[in-house]
Ligand binder design. Structure first.
Ligand code: NCD
Ligand code: ZN
Ligand code: ZN
Length: 456
């Protein structure tokens, strides 16, 4: 066979969630045209040799805070997506706790307009599920949100949740629409109770922080929201799971056949409370990083499918915001650029396989949030790819990261593998750590009917 294509990637050792093998990848019009036997004759406008590297689907990070509009001193669409593609992430789903929060179709439309000409990766947007918004849900879905974000407990942006009656109504509507609600599952009442306990302690050490944001709050919020998903049929997705007990609750909800998915982040997989003494407020995130037993339970839950995916909760704050005592430091850390090297390091230690990484960070988020043409390497799929030299072993250095606010708890840690190329819809957007060409990212909207329910 011989024909003219836009780009051919030769000698690609492809790894995705379902396939691995040596192929040449022919790319036409932004899509994967064909997977060819290596060496197949084919004329291409551009050719890349991936010899010695692996090729994965571009990663999809379902939980990032790009901070635009309103908080652009912390991050922007340009800087956050530059960091993403440098880390092999070609699609990010952005949270609505920006200023203004994404609480109306008009605000979502305005946010969407910021993407073209700025974004290096594709960007999808969540809308807020806040008080008084029930009548707007369908319109927000129409405009193209990937899902709704519900903050059950206090976190950056201080956005309140609707009361349970209103949530019941909202969940019924979202069950009909088949659109997932992503939940920050910490129960406000238990957080307030924890705060009161801490104020009697006199000191504010890491133990105080754990008391202030107790497991009890995470587990009870997770349980409540799973019950509501069961009662209404609404698809829910539990954000940043941190504890063994929350995993149990999610496992039970899934066993009932409810449409429940969950994510955890590298923060909880690679850090524990024991690291605080060395790492400091760089690892202050909400919910908090807990103990080693929890860390082990999260790895086990990823392996057995109770936790479906890894998302970074990329939440940059300026060095001044972070350089405070523990009680006052901002909560959140960047993560989109360190996701892949941390996971490849885990892979090298036998904690996961390359196929696991693509399942957790590409295939599952694509399925849940409605992008059936992304997250896999297959003919007809979008040509979003990352080419990785897995042999490189290096040290993560926050001064080398592309985010606007680079205070990372992973500074000084080992990273494995360098993303040599990131390819977005067939265009090279990053080569050897440098951005290439112009920002080509689009505002991406879920495919109608493209969301998998995940109900068992
Ligand atoms: C996030 C932020 O800063 O926007 N912070 C965090 O600690 N996780 C908010 C959030 O995801 O809860
Ligand atoms: Zn959160
Ligand atoms: Zn978040």
């Amino acid at each position: 066979m011989c024909w003219l294509v836009d780009l051919v990637i030769r000698n690609a050792k492809v790894v995705d969630a379902h396939f691995s093998g040596m192929v040449d990848i022919a790319i036409e019009g932004g899509d994967i045209g064909a997977l060819l036997s290596p060496g197949t004759a084919c004329t291409a406008a551009q050719e890349l040799d991936a010899q010695g590297c692996i090729v994965m689907p571009g990663l999809i990070d379902a939980h990032v805070h790009l901070r635009e509009p309103g908080l652009t001193h912390k991050e922007t669409i340009a800087t956050g997506t530059a960091a993403a593609v440098c880390g092999g992430v070609t699609t990010v789903l952005d949270m609505p706790n920006t200023a203004p929060p994404v609480s109306s179709p008009q605000i979502l439309k305005e946010k969407g307009k910021l993407v073209a000409g700025q974004a290096w990766a594709d960007v999808g947007f969540y809308a807020l599920l806040g008080p008084g918004m029930v009548h707007q849900l369908a319109a927000l879905v129409e405009v193209g949100c990937v899902g709704f974000k519900l903050f059950l407990g206090p976190t950056t942006g201080s956005l309140p949740a609707p009361d349970w009656g209103e949530l019941y109504e909202a969940f019924q509507i979202l069950a009909d629409l088949g659109v997932p609600v992503v939940v920050h599952a910490e129960d406000r009442a238990w957080v307030e109770c924890g705060q009161a306990q801490v104020s009697n302690r006199g000191v504010f050490d890491y133990q105080s922080f754990l008391i202030q944001r107790p497991k009890l709050g995470e587990v009870s919020a997770t349980q409540q929201i799973c019950l509501l998903a069961g009662a209404t049929g609404a698809p829910i997705h539990i954000a940043h799971v941190t504890s063994a007990e929350a995993v149990e609750v999610i496992g039970r909800a899934k066993s009932y056949g409810w449409s429940v998915t969950a994510e955890t982040s590298p923060m909880y997989l690679f850090l524990s409370d024991e690291d605080y003494a060395a790492v400091g407020t760089a690892m202050k995130v909400l919910p908090p990083v807990r103990g080693r037993t929890d860390q082990a339970a999260l790895w086990a839950a990823l392996r057995n499918g109770i936790i479906d995916m890894i998302a970074t909760d990329h939440a940059p704050h300026t060095p001044a915001d972070k350089d405070q005592d523990l009680a006052n430091a901002a909560a959140g850390a960047p993560g989109v650029e360190t996701l892949l090297p941390l996971l490849l390091d885990a892979g090298r230690q036998g904690r996961c396989t390359l196929a696991d990484i693509t399942r957790w960070c590409a295939y599952e988020p694509a399925r849940r949030f409605g992008f059936p043409n992304k997250g896999r390497i297959q003919p007809g799929g979008r040509a979003d790819l990352v080419i990785i030299d897995t042999n490189e072993v290096w040290t993560i250095d926050q001064s080398q990261l592309h985010s606007k606010s680079c205070v990372t708890p992973f500074h000084g840690r080992r990273g494995v593998g360098k993303a040599r190329y990131a390819i977005l819809a067939g265009n090279i957007v990053m080569a050897d750590g440098d951005l290439v060409g112009r920002p080509r990212g689009n505002w991406v909207k879920p495919t109608q009917g493209g969301r998998a329910s995940h109900a068992r």
